[in-house]
Design a protein around this ligand. Structure first.
Ligand code: HEC
Ligand code: HEC
Ligand code: HEC
Ligand code: HEC
Ligand code: HEC
Ligand code: HEC
Length: 449
C-alpha cells in the first residue's frame, strides 16, 4: 500500500519543520514587537516658542473689558498660560498662587496687566489688595513677565473661557491627566501589551494543533497496525512510529543545530564589535533627582527656558542654579532634593551634572542650525525627553546616523535667497526633492574641523 509509504517519511520530518516554524514565528514576533515599541508617534509639539516669542498674530477687537473671545486668542492664551503660569496657578485650585477662575471679574484689567508685568511694583506701590494677597500667600513673589497687554488679554481670554465652560479639563488633576495622555501618545504601552497576548494565544493554538496531530498519528498508527494486508516495508514504518531520539540523532538535525549555534554566536560577536564606542542608552545617575517628565512633561516648561542656547548657539547649555531658583525659591522648599540647590547657591558651587551626549572633539555639531534653521524637533534626536524621569542617550550619535538623516531629510528652501541658485540647479538636474545632502551635508569638512 503505497500511501503509507508516502506519509511515513512526511511524518518523520514533521518535528524539525515544526521546530523551524516555531523559531521563525518567534523571531518574527520579536521583530514585530520591537517595531511596535520603537514606533513612537511623532514628537509632541512643545509649544516651543510660546513663552519666549509669543506670536504677534492680530487680536480681534476687544469684547467685554478688553478681553477678546476668539478661538485664536484663547489658543494663544492657553499656550502662554501653560508655558508660564501653570507651574504656580490653576483655574479652580490654589497651587502656589491663587486660583485664577473669574479673575477678570475680581480685578480691573489694568490692575491685572500691571500685576502680571511686575507684581512687586504693584505691591510696593502700597495697593491694599496686592499687599493683602502677598501677605496671605506668605510673601511668595510672583516673577515679573515681559508680556504685552494683548498677550495678557489672551491669557485672560483663556482663563475666562475655562471659567465659563468648566466641562473642559480645568481642575489640575484633569489637566495633568490630559497632558500625560498627549505626552505619551499612547504609543508603546497598549500595543506591546496586545502583542504579548497575541503571541501567547498563538502559542496556545500551536500547542493544541500539535497535540491533535499527535493524537491523529497515534490513532492512524493503531488502525493501520491492526490491518493484516500490509506489506513488510509498510509494516516496519507503522510499527517504528516517529522516534524523537532518531530525529535528534539524525545528521540534518545536528547540522541544523550547529549552524544555528554558530550563526547566533557570530551575530552576537559582530553586534558587540559594532557597538564599541557607541553610548546609545547611556543613563548616568545625576546628583539631583531632576525629572524632565515633571518639568518638561507635566508642567510643560519650554526646553529653551532651561537650555537657553538651543535656538541661537552651537550648544544647548545645561541650566545654572539661578534658573532653577526662579521657581524653587518658592516651590517645594522643604524637599531634600531642593535643599541641594540651596546649598549649591550658598557655597557658590555649580551642580555637577553628568554629561550624557558627547561627540568626539573631531566632529562639529550645531544646535541652532538644526533646531532653528532646519526645524528639527528635539525629540527626533533626543527621544521623548518630556517622558523621561532620568535622561538617557536616545540616538547612536555615530557618523552614519548624522549622514543618514542628511541623505533623507528634505529642506524647505523657499523664501531663502541664499539657496535660490542652488535649488534651480538642483531642480534642473533631477526630479528629487531638495535634501540636506544637496547643500553639502555630506562634505567631510562641514562636520570635521
Ligand atoms: C512662581 C510662581 C508664580 C508664577 C509662575 C505665576 N504666578 Fe501669579 N501669583 C503667584 C503668587 C504667589 C500670587 C499671590 C500674590 C503674591 O504672593 O504676590 C499670584 C497672584 C496672581 C494674580 C492675582 C490673583 C488674585 O487672586 O487676585 C494674578 C492675576 C496672577 N498671579 C496671574 C499670573 C499669570 C497670568 C501668570 C503667568 C503669566 C502667573 N501669575 C505666574 C505666583 C505665581
Ligand atoms: C527646568 C529646566 C529644564 C527644562 C524645562 C528642560 N531641561 Fe533638559 N536638562 C535640564 C537639566 C538640569 C539637565 C541635566 C541633568 C539631566 O541630565 O537630567 C538636562 C539635561 C538634558 C539633556 C541631556 C544633556 C546631556 O548631558 O547630554 C537633554 C538632551 C535635554 N535636557 C533635553 C531637553 C529637552 C528636549 C527639553 C524640552 C522637552 C528639556 N530638556 C527641558 C533642565 C531642563
Ligand atoms: C518654572 C518653574 C520651575 C523651574 C525653573 C524648575 N522647577 Fe523644579 N519643580 C517645579 C515644580 C512646579 C515642581 C513640582 C512641585 C510639586 O511636586 O509640588 C518641581 C519639582 C522639582 C523637584 C522634585 C522635588 C521633590 O522632592 O518632589 C526637583 C528635584 C526639582 N524640581 C529640581 C529642579 C532643578 C534642578 C531645576 C533647575 C535645573 C528646576 N527644578 C527648575 C518648577 C520648576
Ligand atoms: C539633529 C539632532 C539634534 C536635535 C534636533 C537636538 N539635539 Fe541636542 N544634541 C545633539 C547632539 C549630537 C548632541 C551632542 C553635542 C556634542 O557633544 O557636542 C546634543 C547635546 C545636547 C545637550 C547637552 C550638551 C549641550 O549641547 O549643551 C542638550 C542639553 C541638548 N542637546 C538639548 C537639546 C534640545 C533642548 C533640543 C531641542 C530644542 C535639541 N537638543 C535638539 C543632537 C540634537
Ligand atoms: C534628524 C536629522 C538630522 C540629524 C540626525 C543630523 N542632522 Fe545635521 N542637518 C539636518 C538638517 C535638516 C540640516 C539643514 C539645516 C539647514 O536648512 O541649513 C542639517 C545641517 C547640518 C550641517 C550644515 C550643512 C551645510 O552644508 O550647511 C552640519 C555641519 C550638520 N548638519 C552636522 C550634523 C552632525 C555632525 C550630525 C550628527 C552628530 C547631524 N548633523 C545630525 C538634519 C540632521
Ligand atoms: C554629517 C556630519 C559628518 C560628515 C559629513 C562626515 N563625518 Fe566623519 N564623523 C562624524 C561624526 C559625528 C563622527 C564621530 C562618530 C563617533 O564618535 O562614533 C565622525 C567620525 C569620523 C571618523 C572616525 C574617527 C574616530 O575616532 O573613530 C573618521 C575617520 C571620519 N569621521 C572621516 C570622515 C570623512 C573622510 C568624511 C567625508 C567623506 C566624513 N567623516 C564626513 C560626522 C561626519
Amino acid at each position: 500500500m503505497s500511501f503509507i509509504g508516502k506519509t511515513g517519511p512526511d511524518l518523520k520530518s514533521l518535528a524539525p519543520v515544526a521546530w523551524l516554524i516555531c523559531l521563525l514565528l518567534f523571531n518574527g514576533m520579536e521583530a514585530f514587537a520591537q517595531d511596535g515599541d520603537g514606533n513612537v508617534p511623532p514628537a509632541v509639539e512643545q509649544d516651543s516658542d510660546a513663552a519666549i516669542e509669543p506670536s504677534d498674530s492680530p487680536q480681534p477687537v476687544a469684547a467685554a473689558g478688553g478681553i477678546p473671545d476668539s478661538e485664536e486668542a484663547i489658543t494663544q492664551g492657553r499656550q502662554l498660560f501653560n508655558g508660564n503660569c501653570k507651574v504656580c496657578h490653576a483655574i479652580n485650585e490654589v497651587v502656589v498662587g491663587p486660583a485664577l477662575a473669574g479673575i477678570h471679574e475680581r480685578r480691573p484689567v489694568e490692575w491685572i496687566h500691571a500685576f502680571v508685568k511686575n507684581s512687586q511694583k504693584v505691591i510696593q506701590s502700597g495697593d491694599t489688595y496686592a499687599v493683602n494677597l502677598f501677605n496671605q500667600y506668605n510673601k511668595t513673589q510672583m516673577p515679573p513677565f515681559n508680556f504685552s497687554d494683548e498677550e495678557i488679554n489672551s491669557i485672560l481670554a483663556y482663563i475666562k473661557n475655562e471659567t465659563d465652560n468648566p466641562v473642559q479639563a480645568n481642575s489640575p488633576a484633569e489637566a495633568v491627566d490630559g497632558n500625560q495622555q498627549g505626552g505619551s501618545g499612547g504609543g508603546s504601552g497598549i500595543s506591546s501589551d496586545y502583542l504579548a497576548i497575541i503571541v501567547a494565544a498563538l502559542l496556545v493554538v500551536l500547542l493544541l494543533v500539535l497535540v491533535v496531530l499527535i493524537l491523529v498519528v497515534a490513532v492512524l498508527n493503531k488502525y493501520l497496525g491492526q490491518r493484516a494486508d500490509l506489506d513488510p516495508a509498510d509494516k516496519e514504518i507503522v510499527q517504528g512510529g516517529v522516534k524523537v531520539s532518531d530525529i535528534v540523532k539524525s545528521r540534518p538535525f545536528i547540522a541544523f543545530v550547529i549552524f544555528l549555534f554558530v550563526s547566533i554566536l557570530a551575530k552576537t560577536v559582530l553586534d558587540s564589535l559594532f557597538l564599541v564606542g557607541i553610548q546609545q542608552g547611556y543613563q548616568p545617575e545625576q546628583p539631583i533627582a531632576f525629572s524632565h517628565k515633571l518639568h518638561a512633561g507635566q508642567y510643560q516648561i519650554n526646553c529653551n527656558y532651561c537650555h537657553t542656547g538651543v535656538y541661537k548657539a552651537k550648544s544647548a547649555n545645561i541650566p545654572s542654579v539661578n534658573i532653577c531658583m526662579n521657581c524653587h525659591n518658592t516651590i517645594k522648599t522643604e524637599s531634600p532634593e531642593i535643599q541641594k540647590l540651596y546649598s549649591a547657591v550658598e557655597n557658590n558651587k555649580p551642580i555637577e551634572w553628568v554629561r550624557i551626549h558627547n561627540l568626539p572633539d573631531l566632529a562639529y555639531f550645531n544646535h541652532s542650525q538644526h533646531v532653528n534653521v532646519g526645524g528639527v524637533e528635539c525629540q527626533t534626536c533626543h527621544g521623548q525627553i518630556q517622558e523621561m524621569e532620568v535622561v538617557y542617550q536616545h540616538a547612536e550619535l555615530t557618523m552614519g546616523w548624522c549622514i543618514n538623516c542628511h541623505r533623507e531629510t528634505e529642506i524647505n528652501a523657499e523664501g531663502n535667497e541664499y539657496y535660490d541658485k542652488l535649488v534651480k540647479l538642483h531642480n534642473a538636474n533631477t526630479g528629487e526633492p531638495f535634501r540636506v545632502k544637496d547643500i553639502g551635508g555630506l562634505e567631510c569638512s562641514k562636520c570635521h574641523y
